[in-house]
Design a protein around this ligand. Structure first.
Ligand SMILES: [Zn+2]
Length: 462
């Protein structure tokens, strides 16, 4: 049997973890970038020994930002290099144009991801004005885009806020794309943030813990209620990005009990770091890392399925760009996270006794389903893309930015020892990373998406 399959590569002797199916002893054969067989005693030209290890689908990080500190072109290479070393094989990028039509930028962004990236990618344009909203059908037709993002509350001086009336127009325009189109929303209510920030100005300096006062959890909870209501009015599928608080989670639970169909994401930042972190303002983020009680609540949300997907919100910075020494008000948000996403998920997830199936589902199958790439991505099945990660669950490594190979010279996990690391990353059927080193050329591609059925979170309820 096995000799009839002409495989380029076979992952041998390991245990495959297939989200929604379970764990099984199986070799995985790959030809022409696709998985062609699962079974016993398979053979292929190249053999990857996975004995004693776990093989999982390539990680799909639905939430990244590229090109916020250096150029899009440069970060398309450096940050995806960190990603592939960390077991991430597909990313969703929140592309940004504060004023201009995206039609000016999309050709260049796409070219960079086709030519320089180590991972496959999709785009979620961030919409800030009515011209961009009016062009949604063109973004859909010419770039296969089916997900968009709105900031209810922006970042002062960096990103503009979108008022509720524009949000509703935007949601309606996204809903008109089709039942699978996704409205990603940064849920925070601007007036509550503004008031909290004004009050905080009186405090000239402080610690990372004080930064949580600038973005109170009630601002997130209220904004989720508003976004859920407007999405219902518009008939749009809401995707709450980077849920950070127990207050927000409580709103999510109530809405789930009412039977609303929407998706919620959290990040390994909020699951892995809290406001007591010894790295101080190197861990400054928006929304902020919060007290441990919020972190524990988010883990509960992951375990019970209230939280569906787990991403990073990667926004790479250098120490010089981050300016931790500028303190409470002067240091900047944005964290490089792609290289530590999978190890942080495994390390902290296992500390919290979360089943591996749940952790891996939230970082592979669930985002692939929501963003229209399943079963091409997010599973190990015949016909799926051969994006595979061999994981050593017992391997312990201390995080050092220089080993992560992104452009950043720090990591918010700097100095922490994490248990559970990828040892081999296979992208499009080729071993690209092995034992923390890049061993082949980048072969990532920009992915056009086709219309799908409406996302149904019952699929991804655990
Ligand atoms: Zn983000």
């Amino acid at each position: 049997m096995s000799s009839k399959i002409a495989a380029d590569l076979v992952v041998k002797g390991g245990t495959a973890l297939i989200p929604g199916v379970g764990r099984m002893r199986a070799d995985i054969a790959v030809a022409n970038g696709k998985i062609v067989a699962l079974g016993e005693n398979l053979s292929g030209e190249t053999v990857v020994d996975a004995s004693g290890k776990l093989t999982i689908p390539g990680i799909f990080d639905p939430h990244t930002h590229i090109g916020n500190e250096r150029s899009f072109d440069e970060e398309a290479e450096t940050e995806t290099r960190a990603a592939i070393l960390g077991g991430v094989t597909t990313i969703g990028i929140f592309i940004r144009s504060l004023q201009d039509s995206y039609l000016k930028h999309l050709p260049g962004f796409r070219k960079a991801m086709d030519e320089k990236s180590y991972v496959d990618s999709i785009f979620h344009p961030q919409l800030f004005n009515d011209e961009q909203i009016s062009e949604i059908p063109v973004y859909v037709r010419d770039y296969g885009i089916r997900s968009f993002k709105f900031y209810m509350s922006g970042l002062p001086g960096i990103v503009n806020s979108v008022p509720d009336d524009m949000l509703l127009r935007g949601f309606r325009a996204v809903a008109a794309v089709g039942p699978d189109a996704i409205t990603c929303v940064h849920c925070e209510t601007g007036s509550l943030i503004a008031a909290a920030r004004t009050a905080l100005q009186e405090k000239p300096d402080g610690t990372l813990a004080d930064w949580t006062l600038a973005h109170p959890p009630e601002a997130e909870a209220l904004a989720i209620q508003t976004a859920l209501y407007l999405a219902q009015v518009a008939g749009a599928h809401l995707y709450v990005v980077h849920l950070s608080s127990s207050d927000g989670l409580e709103v999510v639970r109530q809405a789930r009990r009412q039977g609303l169909n929407f998706t919620v994401e959290t990040t390994t930042t909020f699951l892995g770091i809290n406001d007591r972190d010894p790295n101080g303002f190197l861990a400054k983020a928006v929304p902020p890392v919060r007290p441990p009680s919020h972190q524990e609540a988010l883990w509960q949300g992951v375990a019970e399925g209230s939280i569906n997907t787990i991403g990073t919100d990667n926004t790479s910075r250098t120490r010089g760009g981050k300016k931790p020494e500028a303190g409470l008000h002067g240091s900047r948000p944005g964290l490089p996270l792609l290289g530590t996403h999978l190890p942080a998920l495994l390390h902290f997830g296992q500390q919290h006794d979360i089943p591996l199936e749940t952790l891996i589902d939230g970082a592979t199958r669930a985002p692939a389903r929501v963003f229209g790439l399943y079963p091409r991505k997010g599973t190990i099945a015949v016909g799926s893309d051969a994006d595979l990660v061999v994981v050593d669950l017992d391997l312990e490594k201390t995080v050092r930015a220089e080993n992560l190979r992104g452009m950043s010279d720090f990591s918010p996990f700097e100095g922490k020892t994490l248990k559970g690391w990828p040892v081999v990353t296979i992208k499009n059927g080729v071993v690209i990373a092995r034992d923390g080193e890049i061993v082949d050329k980048a072969n990532g591609r920009y992915l056009l998406r086709a219309p799908q059925a409406a996302p149904n979170v019952a699929w991804i309820k655990r």
